[in-house]
Structure formats: C-alpha cells, structure tokens
Write a protein that binds this ligand. Sequence first.
Ligand SMILES: CC(C)(COP(=O)(O)OP(=O)(O)OC[C@H]1O[C@@H](n2cnc3c(N)ncnc32)[C@H](O)[C@@H]1OP(=O)(O)O)[C@@H](O)C(=O)NCCC(=O)NCCS
Length: 173
Amino acid sequence: MTQEALRPAEPTPIGPQTFRIPVKIASLPFVFAGNIPYEPASIHWKLSLPNPDPDRSPIVGADLLAQKPLSPYDGDIHIAYITSDAFKLEEKRYQNVRGLGSFLLDNFLTYADINKFKTTLTCVWTGRGLSPGQLLTWYTKRGFVGHFDFMVRTPQAPNKNAEIARILVSLNT
Ligand SMILES: CC(C)(COP(=O)(O)OP(=O)(O)OC[C@H]1O[C@@H](n2cnc3c(N)ncnc32)[C@H](O)[C@@H]1OP(=O)(O)O)[C@@H](O)C(=O)NCCC(=O)NCCS
C-alpha cells in the first residue's frame, strides 16, 4: 500500500445549503425552508403555505432572520428578527394558527445548540403579537438571560427530535 493510500482523506468542505421540507403545525400543512451557511452568517428561515404553482412566490406565514454579530464579544449569532404574519393570511383556517413563532425559534435554537453557538437578541415589542411580558417569558423559558436591551443564551444539549436536527443529518453538515 502506498503512502498516498494511507493518508486520511481531506475533509470535504461544507457548503452553504438550502432545505425545503413539508411540516405540519397545529395540523396545518406548511413548508419549512431556508439556508444553512458555512459559518454563523446570514440565516433566513421561513414557514410558507404549500405552493402548488411554481410560477408564484410562496406565501410566507412566519420568518426568522439571524446574522453574525458585529462584535465577536456579543456572541456567535444574533436573531435580527422573528415574526409571524399568520393573521394576514387569506385562508381562514390559517389565520389563528398558533405555534409558528415557537417552531422557528425552537428549530433555530437547536441549530445553535448543535453548532455550540452563543445566541443573542434584542427584545423589541412591535406593538402586536405577544406582549412584552409574554416575549420575555418566551425567551427566558428557552434559556435566554438578560433584559429587553440584550438577551443572551449559551448553547444547551440539542433537541435531536427537532426538524432542523433531522435536516442537518440528511444534509450531512
Ligand atoms: C413573537 C411572535 C413571532 C410569536 O409568534 P407566534 O406564532 O405568534 O407565537 P406562538 O403561537 O408560537 O406562541 C409563542 C409562545 O407564546 C405563548 N402564547 C401565544 N399566545 C399567547 C397568549 N395569548 N397568552 C399567553 N401566551 C401566549 C405560546 O404558548 C408560546 O409559548 P411556548 O412555545 O413557550 O409554549 C409573534 O407574536 C410576532 O410576530 N410578534 C410581532 C413581532 C415580534 O414581536 N417579534 C419578536 C421581537 S423580539
């Protein structure tokens, strides 16, 4: 056997990947789609209505955007926004659906846990949806500490049953 054959294979670089899978939330069908970048960069995940017409843009029910913080001292990834616009959806059965925000946040935090990312956010009340108190409860329940201006969450044991955990396994990232 040659030296060449004994040399371990170079690790294959992990590229930016996209995913798009059907999910059910509150018994309603959605499409969970987004990107997985090389490193903490710009991550945009959406929950859209199933779209039978490929020529039309999908109707988004909720989305989450996370970005690399300006300073590394601020953590590894910063949730820039998370929003649910289910109430605006035309189809009545979708308008009062609950759980879209939690689905996105929980999957995002699983992604952060798998990658051991420290996650930060600024809790800003936009005047609709969860009240300021409900937002704080929502985040602190998931391990964020701090107050409105700056909340931080250190990585925890990942929830291997979250959709994103399965997606990452299937993408082999
Ligand atoms: C914040 C937001 C994204 C949450 O999304 P959502 O789909 O409305 O929320 P969910 O249905 O997933 O519920 C989120 C949590 O609030 C709880 N909740 C929802 N409605 C509630 C109510 N009326 N009273 C008390 N708790 C409530 C849910 O039980 C859930 O908690 P849990 O997952 O820990 O059990 C949404 O309210 C929104 O778009 N708000 C405006 C934008 C905003 O404030 N973004 C956050 C900025 S920091």
